[in-house]
Design a protein around this ligand. Structure first.
Ligand code: BJ8
Length: 419
């Protein structure tokens, strides 16, 4: 990575603390990722993106801002990127997945809270995330209680706009979500000084749909036996999708899929168990569970999470001549995401049963970040419904620390033997 210290300092970051983070990440990445054998050539681009995660991409954001553009941070797959793209702003996902940020997060948040929330708060409070410090505004949402209340604290550090996400999916809720997207559009127009037009919104939809299509293509390739790409690599690609330039990302992912198309023609079957992960999102650099599972005789072939299928399933229709039409299409697509914040959330169970079949899954691991009540409570239903279909399932509750890694490994080993 080049020298970006001036850039980081101009962003108001704590350079000394940030140096400590920069010392940990490359080591973690090489031990988890670069030790994998027979990785596709196309992963070199994603290696490069990780190597430059606090460098080149931040430089791109800075250049965009110097030309008068705005950067918008998000924490949930319900925030419609299409609107941000239509207003010529850049959207970056800010969910944080490292234990490094927990200590600072706990200075402003209770300890018995989901690590994802403590980590993103810590990244901002400690001044160690250049993405956060590049944001002109961040978008919160009323999903779980922890996030909902975190926005009130975060407002002391950065302008926040909160989208009111319904908790049910009746037609009046979908209508309300449409109204919420309209308010959000006004807010983004005000921030950027750019009007969202039918043309610019159609272009935003096209860019986001193309990214979804490429991710779907990758996941379809994972249905082959064996999958031509590790679960670790697929997870990394999904994580990068949240902050890379979407057009370049789509192009590079399609190039990787071209390579995988060839790979599936020559690979041989193996004995590894095919695992589906479901549950809470895994924000970068949370590779803990994937690296444990794939160090055993198993391959992760699909993630029913927001860093997996929930991010890309269902495209948005471009049909319509007015902003009203397009916003309705956007609301319809987003309300198909099956997050445990909704009640009921039967769509998630249907997805799990369908994916188990489509991806020829041998077993499901329901992975839950500690203190995430919605997903933890929903595990009871996941467990019951999957067992009714004779699909083996296990539950893991964990955080970002490595203290329980040995114990998780033993439990997963036993599960793999059992299936
Ligand atoms: S659509 S999963 S990205 S809310 S922060 S709910 S882990 S306690 S992230 Fe999410 Fe949107 Fe739903 Fe997806 Fe639990 Fe933690 Fe809350 Fe979390």
């Amino acid at each position: 990575m080049g020298d970006y210290r001036k850039l980081w300092s101009d962003l108001g970051m704590d350079l000394e603390k940030h140096d400590k983070l920069c010392a940990v990440l490359p080591e973690l990445y090489s031990s988890v990722y670069l030790t994998q054998e027979n990785r596709p050539e196309g992963m070199n681009y994603f290696n490069f993106v990780v190597a430059e995660v606090h460098g080149l991409r931040i430089q791109e954001l800075d250049n965009h801002k110097k030309e008068g553009g705005k950067v918008v941070g998000t924490f949930c797959v319900f925030v419609p990127d299409e609107i941000i793209l239509a207003a010529k702003a850049i959207s970056v996902g800010l969910c944080a997945g490292s234990q490094f940020w927990i200590e600072d997060g706990e200075k402003v948040m209770p300890r018995n809270l989901c690590p994802l929330i403590k980590a993103f708060m810590g990244a901002k409070v400690g001044g160690t995330c250049p993405y956060f410090n590049s944001c002109d505004m961040v978008i919160g949402e009323t999903t779980c209680d922890g996030k909902k209340k975190a926005w009130e604290i975060l407002e002391d550090y950065v302008p926040v706009h909160v989208m009111d996400l319904p908790q049910m999916k009746r037609s009046k809720d979908i209508k309300m979500w449409e109204e919420e997207i309209k308010t959000f559009t006004g807010k983004i127009e005000e921030l950027t000084g750019n009007k969202v037009t039918v043309e610019s919104l159609k272009e935003g939809i096209r860019i986001a749909n193309a990214k979804r299509k490429a991710l779907k293509r990758l996941y379809d390739l994972r249905k082959f036996k064996p999958s031509p790409i590790s679960g670790l690599d697929a997870l990394l690609i999904s994580q990068i999708a949240f902050y890379d330039n979407p057009v370049r990302f789509t192009e590079m992912l399609n190039a990787l899929c071209d390579e995988l198309d060839e790979r599936v023609k020559t690979q041989k079957a193996d004995t590894r168990k095919r695992i589906m992960i479901t549950g809470t999102p895994m924000a970068v650099p949370n590779w803990k569970l994937h690296s444990i599972i794939e160090s055993l005789d198993a391959q992760i072939v699909v993630e029913e999470t927001c860093t997996g299928t929930r991010y890309f399933e269902n495209e948005i229709s471009e049909e319509g001549d007015t902003l009203e039409d397009l916003i309705k299409n956007i609301a319809d697509r987003y309300m198909k995401i099956n997050c445990a914040c909704f009640t009921p959330n039967d769509g998630r169970i249907d997805d799990l049963i369908r994916y188990a079949d489509e991806y020829s899954v041998d077993g499901v691991i329901d992975s839950n970040l500690s203190f995430c009540h919605t997903y933890s409570v929903e595990h009871g239903i996941v467990d019951k419904k999957l067992k009714e279909k004779n699909i083996p399932v296990m539950h893991i509750e964990t955080d970002y620390s490595s203290e329980d890694s040995g114990q998780i490994k033993t439990r997963v080993e036993a599960f793999l033997e059992m299936i």
